[in-house]
Design a protein. Sequence first.
Length: 401
Amino acid sequence: MTAPVPLSGPRFQTEPARLYREMRREHGAVTPVVLDGDIPAWLVLGYRELHQVTGDPVLFSRDSGLWSQWDHIPDDWPLLPMIGRRQPSILYTVGERHRERVGMISDALEAVDPSELRSYAEKFADELIDGICAKGETDLVGDYAMLLPVRVLARLYGFRDEQGPGLVTALNDMIDGRERAIAGQTHLAGSMGQLLADRKAEPADDVVSRMLTHSSGFSDLEIAQDLMVMMAAGHQPTADWIGNSLRLMLTDDRFAASLFGGRNSVAEAMNEVLWEDTPTQNVAGRWASRDTQLGGRRIRSGDLLLLGLQGANSDPQVRTDGASLTGGNNAHFSFGHGEHRCPFPAQEVAEVIARTGIEVVLDRLPDIDLAVPAESLTRRPSPWLRGLTALPVRFTPVPAL
């Protein structure tokens, strides 16, 4: 059998689509991979196979305690924030308790007023644009997209606005899965714990207060863990959704009209990104609860299966003509599938933040254009999330609002 593929290296940044095609050609729909420290796992790249894994929570469980490799995982393993030991968060809860947690989170987010959410997104987007609009040039990733979602989410949850920058740094460190990953997780956990203590002492009209008073009766630790998951899942992928969509609109002639007043193609660009350049490329994971077969592979009880969302989105078995899928086709895996998919209210929050963020850029910065050749744009070093390191643009300077 061909050697397993390391789930690291520059090709996940430079040419992931080609890499996934090669992996599928050499290994099939279920590819053997190795993680940091030569830890074995399976990467599920087939659309049908991924549908099967995410649709059967009993056979392919979210309970990380099933993993057969825990004896080989050191305490400082950099992927622990992404593939955690048993912890009391929604990510690793299964069965009825998981459904209750989804209900708590959905109820807390559904109570967010849509017009209020959009006004927060516009407010923070305008503030960020005010800081750069007179310069005539900026990095739309570092100076804008990476700062916007967490500021909106922090306001919804109950954080003070000045806490946003520290949360951004901690989240990025944690998600990139490198040497500062555990330090980022520690900062985020401390911030969430303090916010819970503040809201227990002084409730307010925010997400955290609603979660604390939910009828399901979760502990403070469980709520803090879920808030960390919500913040991580809500910020970085949304920031990358903004950055990847703006990159597409600035480099593809099909979207040129939207840069000068058109708005219909903003939604089309955002949806195309979810198919072709999704922020969440690969997700950990599911664990086999017993020996089974998947995509012609013998899966052993306790094996880790990683969800290859981008690989499945581009599976030639379902993309037979290779055409771009925009418009109203939402059958992608970018928000997951099954009972552990991203809750619908959370998807709506992310979409409002991303679309508002893009539209404010197009409204506020006339004649925006890339300041560097498109082929020079680079991606962050992560096999999990796909986002730009920078998006340098230039435009005619305009006054702040």
